[in-house]
Design a protein around this ligand. Sequence first.
Ligand code: DC
Length: 236
Amino acid sequence: MSDTEWPAKGARLVVAVDGPAGAGKGAVCRSAAQRFGLTYLETGALYRAVGLIGLRDGLTDETELGRVAGTMPFGFRALGDGRYGAFLGEEEVTLALRAEEVGQAASKVAAMPGVRAALLSFQRRYGGAHDAILDGRDVGSVVWPDADLKIFLTASLEERARRRAVELQERGEAVNLTELIARMAERDARDAGRAHAPMAAAPGAILVDTSTLTLEESCQAVWRLIAPLLEGHART
Ligand code: DC
Protein backbone atom coordinates (compact mmCIF):
# COMPACT_ATOMS: atom_id res chain seq x y z
CA MET A 1 0.00 0.00 0.00
CA SER A 2 1.56 3.31 -1.00
CA ASP A 3 1.52 6.51 0.94
CA THR A 4 -1.17 8.03 -1.21
CA GLU A 5 -3.49 5.06 -0.65
CA TRP A 6 -3.48 5.59 3.09
CA PRO A 7 -6.86 6.51 4.49
CA ALA A 8 -7.15 10.20 5.21
CA LYS A 9 -7.44 11.06 8.87
CA GLY A 10 -10.43 13.28 8.21
CA ALA A 11 -12.46 13.97 11.32
CA ARG A 12 -11.09 11.01 13.22
CA LEU A 13 -9.26 11.64 16.42
CA VAL A 14 -5.74 10.27 16.65
CA VAL A 15 -3.60 10.46 19.78
CA ALA A 16 0.06 9.45 19.34
CA VAL A 17 2.04 8.41 22.42
CA ASP A 18 5.74 7.68 21.94
CA GLY A 19 8.54 6.97 24.35
CA PRO A 20 11.01 4.39 25.64
CA ALA A 21 10.22 0.96 27.08
CA GLY A 22 8.91 1.04 30.63
CA ALA A 23 7.68 4.65 30.63
CA GLY A 24 4.12 3.41 31.21
CA LYS A 25 2.80 3.87 27.67
CA GLY A 26 0.76 0.65 27.63
CA ALA A 27 -1.03 1.12 30.95
CA VAL A 28 -1.62 4.83 30.35
CA CYS A 29 -2.97 4.29 26.82
CA ARG A 30 -5.22 1.44 27.91
CA SER A 31 -6.70 3.63 30.66
CA ALA A 32 -7.21 6.53 28.25
CA ALA A 33 -8.79 4.25 25.64
CA GLN A 34 -11.25 2.96 28.21
CA ARG A 35 -12.03 6.36 29.66
CA PHE A 36 -12.59 8.13 26.34
CA GLY A 37 -13.86 5.25 24.18
CA LEU A 38 -10.81 5.19 21.90
CA THR A 39 -9.40 2.17 20.09
CA TYR A 40 -5.92 1.33 21.37
CA LEU A 41 -3.13 0.03 19.15
CA GLU A 42 0.10 -0.98 20.80
CA THR A 43 2.35 -0.72 17.74
CA GLY A 44 5.24 -2.43 19.58
CA ALA A 45 3.20 -5.66 19.42
CA LEU A 46 3.65 -5.70 15.63
CA TYR A 47 7.43 -5.46 15.92
CA ARG A 48 7.38 -8.03 18.70
CA ALA A 49 5.38 -10.43 16.49
CA VAL A 50 8.00 -10.12 13.73
CA GLY A 51 10.73 -10.60 16.35
CA LEU A 52 8.99 -13.69 17.73
CA ILE A 53 8.63 -15.30 14.31
CA GLY A 54 12.25 -14.42 13.55
CA LEU A 55 13.43 -16.12 16.76
CA ARG A 56 11.30 -19.20 16.19
CA ASP A 57 12.30 -19.61 12.54
CA GLY A 58 15.91 -18.50 12.96
CA LEU A 59 15.51 -15.59 10.52
CA THR A 60 17.98 -12.69 10.44
CA ASP A 61 17.81 -11.58 6.81
CA GLU A 62 16.07 -8.25 6.24
CA THR A 63 14.27 -9.32 3.06
CA GLU A 64 12.87 -12.42 4.77
CA LEU A 65 11.84 -10.47 7.88
CA GLY A 66 10.24 -7.80 5.70
CA ARG A 67 8.22 -10.51 3.99
CA VAL A 68 7.19 -11.88 7.39
CA ALA A 69 6.08 -8.38 8.47
CA GLY A 70 3.97 -7.98 5.34
CA THR A 71 2.30 -11.38 5.42
CA MET A 72 2.09 -12.57 9.06
CA PRO A 73 -1.48 -13.38 10.14
CA PHE A 74 -1.33 -10.98 13.08
CA GLY A 75 -4.34 -9.43 14.73
CA PHE A 76 -6.05 -8.55 17.99
CA ARG A 77 -9.15 -10.44 19.05
CA ALA A 78 -11.62 -10.00 21.87
CA LEU A 79 -11.10 -12.70 24.48
CA GLY A 80 -14.69 -12.43 25.67
CA ASP A 81 -13.81 -11.03 29.10
CA GLY A 82 -13.39 -7.44 27.98
CA ARG A 83 -9.70 -7.94 27.17
CA TYR A 84 -8.06 -8.26 23.78
CA GLY A 85 -5.41 -10.82 22.93
CA ALA A 86 -2.70 -10.76 20.27
CA PHE A 87 -2.95 -13.62 17.78
CA LEU A 88 -0.78 -15.09 15.07
CA GLY A 89 -3.32 -17.09 13.13
CA GLU A 90 -5.12 -19.23 15.72
CA GLU A 91 -2.30 -19.04 18.28
CA GLU A 92 -2.65 -16.54 21.10
CA VAL A 93 0.75 -14.90 21.57
CA THR A 94 -0.10 -12.14 24.08
CA LEU A 95 2.23 -13.49 26.77
CA ALA A 96 4.90 -14.78 24.39
CA LEU A 97 5.22 -11.24 22.97
CA ARG A 98 6.03 -9.81 26.42
CA ALA A 99 9.18 -11.92 26.93
CA GLU A 100 12.37 -9.90 27.37
CA GLU A 101 14.18 -11.68 24.51
CA VAL A 102 11.26 -10.94 22.19
CA GLY A 103 11.52 -7.24 23.09
CA GLN A 104 15.21 -7.31 22.17
CA ALA A 105 14.47 -9.16 18.91
CA ALA A 106 11.72 -6.61 18.15
CA SER A 107 14.15 -3.75 18.65
CA LYS A 108 16.58 -5.39 16.18
CA VAL A 109 14.00 -6.04 13.44
CA ALA A 110 12.62 -2.52 14.01
CA ALA A 111 15.91 -1.08 12.73
CA MET A 112 15.24 -2.67 9.30
CA PRO A 113 13.57 -0.27 6.84
CA GLY A 114 11.88 -3.18 5.00
CA VAL A 115 10.18 -4.30 8.22
CA ARG A 116 9.11 -0.77 9.14
CA ALA A 117 7.66 -0.12 5.67
CA ALA A 118 5.65 -3.35 5.80
CA LEU A 119 4.17 -2.49 9.21
CA LEU A 120 3.38 1.12 8.40
CA SER A 121 0.18 0.61 6.44
CA PHE A 122 -1.26 -1.67 9.15
CA GLN A 123 -0.73 1.07 11.73
CA ARG A 124 -2.07 3.77 9.48
CA ARG A 125 -5.18 1.79 8.49
CA TYR A 126 -5.86 1.00 12.11
CA GLY A 127 -5.76 4.61 13.25
CA GLY A 128 -7.68 5.65 10.17
CA ALA A 129 -10.67 3.48 10.94
CA HIS A 130 -11.46 4.63 14.48
CA ASP A 131 -10.93 7.37 17.02
CA ALA A 132 -7.69 5.91 18.23
CA ILE A 133 -4.76 6.11 20.59
CA LEU A 134 -1.54 4.48 19.40
CA ASP A 135 1.72 4.04 21.26
CA GLY A 136 5.20 3.26 20.01
CA ARG A 137 8.42 5.00 19.07
CA ASP A 138 7.57 6.86 15.84
CA VAL A 139 3.79 7.23 15.89
CA GLY A 140 3.86 11.03 16.12
CA SER A 141 6.89 11.46 13.89
CA VAL A 142 6.20 8.96 11.06
CA VAL A 143 2.96 6.96 11.33
CA TRP A 144 0.56 9.79 12.23
CA PRO A 145 2.42 13.10 11.81
CA ASP A 146 -1.06 14.64 11.52
CA ALA A 147 -2.18 13.30 14.92
CA ASP A 148 -4.42 15.61 16.95
CA LEU A 149 -2.24 15.19 20.01
CA LYS A 150 1.34 13.95 20.35
CA ILE A 151 2.76 12.94 23.68
CA PHE A 152 6.29 11.80 24.51
CA LEU A 153 5.97 9.75 27.67
CA THR A 154 9.23 9.07 29.40
CA ALA A 155 10.89 8.29 32.75
CA SER A 156 14.43 7.82 34.02
CA LEU A 157 16.22 4.64 33.01
CA GLU A 158 16.45 3.43 36.62
CA GLU A 159 12.75 3.96 37.27
CA ARG A 160 11.76 2.23 34.03
CA ALA A 161 13.96 -0.74 34.86
CA ARG A 162 12.52 -0.91 38.37
CA ARG A 163 8.98 -1.02 36.96
CA ARG A 164 9.95 -3.70 34.47
CA ALA A 165 11.51 -5.72 37.32
CA VAL A 166 8.25 -5.59 39.29
CA GLU A 167 6.33 -6.73 36.19
CA LEU A 168 8.70 -9.67 35.64
CA GLN A 169 8.64 -10.64 39.34
CA GLU A 170 4.85 -10.66 39.26
CA ARG A 171 5.08 -13.16 36.41
CA GLY A 172 7.43 -15.32 38.50
CA GLU A 173 10.51 -14.55 36.35
CA ALA A 174 13.97 -14.14 37.90
CA VAL A 175 15.23 -10.56 37.84
CA ASN A 176 18.70 -9.04 37.95
CA LEU A 177 18.17 -5.27 38.13
CA THR A 178 21.69 -4.34 37.01
CA GLU A 179 21.37 -6.57 33.96
CA LEU A 180 17.90 -5.19 33.26
CA ILE A 181 19.21 -1.60 33.34
CA ALA A 182 22.01 -2.52 30.94
CA ARG A 183 19.64 -4.27 28.52
CA MET A 184 17.16 -1.42 28.63
CA ALA A 185 19.93 1.13 27.96
CA GLU A 186 21.08 -0.99 25.02
CA ARG A 187 17.51 -1.11 23.62
CA ASP A 188 17.04 2.66 24.12
CA ALA A 189 20.30 3.33 22.28
CA ARG A 190 19.31 1.06 19.38
CA ASP A 191 15.78 2.50 19.11
CA ALA A 192 16.95 6.12 19.32
CA GLY A 193 20.11 5.69 17.27
CA ARG A 194 18.80 3.83 14.21
CA ALA A 195 18.80 5.59 10.86
CA HIS A 196 15.13 4.96 10.02
CA ALA A 197 12.34 6.42 12.12
CA PRO A 198 14.34 6.59 15.36
CA MET A 199 12.56 6.99 18.66
CA ALA A 200 12.13 10.72 19.10
CA ALA A 201 9.74 13.27 20.46
CA ALA A 202 7.84 14.44 17.36
CA PRO A 203 7.72 18.16 16.62
CA GLY A 204 4.95 19.59 18.78
CA ALA A 205 4.89 16.61 21.17
CA ILE A 206 4.13 17.30 24.81
CA LEU A 207 6.69 15.77 27.17
CA VAL A 208 5.26 13.85 30.13
CA ASP A 209 7.93 12.60 32.54
CA THR A 210 6.49 9.89 34.78
CA SER A 211 9.68 9.27 36.83
CA THR A 212 8.13 10.58 40.04
CA LEU A 213 4.48 9.89 39.22
CA THR A 214 2.39 6.93 40.29
CA LEU A 215 0.55 5.05 37.55
CA GLU A 216 -2.67 6.79 38.56
CA GLU A 217 -0.97 10.21 38.35
CA SER A 218 0.55 9.34 34.97
CA CYS A 219 -2.88 8.36 33.64
CA GLN A 220 -4.43 11.55 34.95
CA ALA A 221 -1.69 13.68 33.37
CA VAL A 222 -2.49 12.14 29.98
CA TRP A 223 -6.27 12.26 30.49
CA ARG A 224 -5.97 16.01 31.12
CA LEU A 225 -4.33 16.43 27.71
CA ILE A 226 -6.90 14.33 25.85
CA ALA A 227 -10.10 15.58 27.49
CA PRO A 228 -10.19 19.02 25.76
CA LEU A 229 -9.92 17.35 22.34
CA LEU A 230 -13.14 15.48 22.90
CA GLU A 231 -15.22 18.50 23.73
CA GLY A 232 -17.40 19.06 20.68
CA HIS A 233 -15.72 16.26 18.72
CA ALA A 234 -18.20 14.20 16.66
CA ARG A 235 -17.38 10.60 17.58
CA THR A 236 -16.50 8.07 14.88
O1 DC B 1 6.95 -0.78 22.89
P1 DC B 1 7.64 -2.11 22.89
O2 DC B 1 8.65 -2.25 23.98
O3 DC B 1 6.67 -3.25 22.88
O4 DC B 1 8.43 -2.19 21.48
C1 DC B 1 9.30 -3.25 21.17
C2 DC B 1 10.33 -2.76 20.17
O5 DC B 1 9.70 -2.47 18.92
C3 DC B 1 11.06 -1.48 20.56
O6 DC B 1 12.27 -1.75 21.23
C4 DC B 1 11.30 -0.77 19.25
C5 DC B 1 10.25 -1.31 18.33
N1 DC B 1 9.20 -0.35 18.01
C6 DC B 1 9.46 0.57 17.02
O7 DC B 1 10.57 0.61 16.50
N2 DC B 1 8.48 1.44 16.61
C7 DC B 1 7.28 1.43 17.19
N3 DC B 1 6.33 2.29 16.78
C8 DC B 1 7.00 0.52 18.24
C9 DC B 1 8.00 -0.36 18.64
